[in-house]
Design a protein around this ligand. Sequence first.
Ligand SMILES: Cc1ncc(C[n+]2csc(CCOP(=O)(O)OP(=O)(O)O)c2C)c(N)n1
Ligand SMILES: [Mg+2]
Length: 625
Amino acid sequence: MKLTVAQATIRFLANQYSERDGRRHRLIAGCFGIFGHGNVAGLGQALRQAELDGDPGMTYYQCRNEQAMVHTAVAYARMTARMSTFACTTSIGPGATNLVTGAALATVNRLPVLLLPGDIFATRVANPVLQELEDSRSYDVSVNDTLRPVSRFWDRINRPEQLPAALLAAMRVLTDPAETGAVTLAMPQDVQAEAYDWPDELFTERTWYVPRPVPEPAALARAAQALLGARRPLIVAGGGVTHSDANDELASFARRTGIPVAETQAGRGALPHDHPCAVGPIGVTGSTAANALAAEADVVLGIGTRYADFTTASRSLFAEPSVRFVNLNVAAFDAAKLGAVSLVADAREGLRALDAALPRWQVSEERRKLAATLTRRWDDAVDEARRPGPGPLTQSQLIGAVNDAANPVDVVVCAAGSMPGDLHKLWRPASPRQYHVEYGYSCMGYEIAGGLGVKLAQPDAEVFVLVGDGSYLMMAQELVTAVAEGLKLVVVLVDNGGYASIGALSEQVGGARFGTVYRYRDPASGRFDGQPLPVDLAANAASLGADVLTADTLDEVRAALVKARAAATTTVVHVRTELGGPGSPDNDTWWDVPVAAVSTTPDGPPARQRYVERKATQRGHWSGL
Ligand SMILES: Cc1ncc(C[n+]2csc(CCOP(=O)(O)OP(=O)(O)O)c2C)c(N)n1
Ligand SMILES: [Mg+2]
């Protein structure tokens, strides 16, 4: 079959399917793209051709920023349990390098996305082409090489003959639960348009069976042995639980054994909020219940977690001197962390096997009671923070209001700023994918673009995007895509005139909120402490085609959310809150952010002193069992 390289790529992608548990999905649900000279005549032409040819075809979606389209693809992949994602085509040069941040986010979070950046001519005849970065040491380097370290598979198609093997390798990595992340096939612009005689078999339907690796019997025996000896066990549930659809198995394992279950950011919602063993979020942004149980745990069963510093409070949280870890993870890399007994397996298979291997094992009644009491205490603190009060609207109240407005199928999306921490503490997830906070890369700008991916995956859900003014200013442009595609979002824009999160952190480290407020430069002081800026984000959102509602009080927020729900079009609820307003309930944890060892500012030395004291509580967790 004579097709261009670009046409062959699109035709191949349209015929790829994923399957797990007997359920089949289009692996590549469509293609996002922004065209330039690096892809307009190649992949651009091929997408148009596919649209005209139909069946199975490949829907093209126009976006406004290449980084954003990766976010959208990744959010979609997360909502589909990584069974389906999108391809992203870009021009060469800046269009391609705009992918780097999105690719890193995908790879950090182990979420599949296929990147197809245009590349400079393979023939090199008229180099340098527009937007080419030349390297005096090698003609073989292009800006696309920046995507290598952030991709789980990377290749450059310099000749048509190279394409089939590269496409197959790309699909394998996208559907590998341990390896998945960003996959890049760099497509030189001349090669994209070149024709070649392809074997028909390249384009027959192909199914990629997403594996559920079962635990090795000896490893299972070691894990069971370690758990049998535990008196004060704790489960740490990470994102892998929900990626594996292991939520029911986790719920029944916990219910039967009575082990308390704490949740990381990616794992939040692994159990329903009202499960008797759910002790809430863990770590720097965790509940006092989960953190108290972590502090005295003797065996920690980590399931599908990377043990990021926010989860371990920079390795100060698990304070029991003899604490040991058992890690159930599909990735051997994560299973081996913290000197653990490693149980490499799919989360669902691993939980079933553990359940069968520990038929009579249960935690004591006393432990169950303690967990329940601690959890009730934390729940009261959350209720208190969310309750209406006499003062100005707080972020905690706002989060409570959005939570109250969300049905179990609805989704809340967030990524950076002060809200992810507050959401982790205050949001009560009603279903496993309701809580969609991207905290692996915590990337400002993910929110609206990610919301689009959620909505594409779950059109019947109301998608509540919580975005700070800082994040909004970084990437508001995908509101235009939402409007163009009729993908309705409810965007709650929390405008506090700067960086509440980094401002608070700055204060803790003796930085006095330097550079974290949006203000005029004061001509007298020469600093950013002048008058508030005249920036009108509500007008900005309206100018991008969204309906805008403003709300300043809790009642107004609630009314606006009702209206936004009822609306047919993307609606931005613009809410002003105070920078440095009352925070969410405290939990006395520590996050390792090194403080200047010498400084002459008044707040510097005390901050350093506090840092040195907390630093002493940090542990390596190197020893095995
Ligand atoms: C792309 C990117 N740049 C920088 C950061 C570091 N950072 C984390 S939160 C934050 C400020 C966020 O401000 P805003 O969205 O207004 O949220 P707020 O802190 O006010 O809640 C910054 C700069 C980041 N996470 N992502
Ligand atoms: Mg802000």
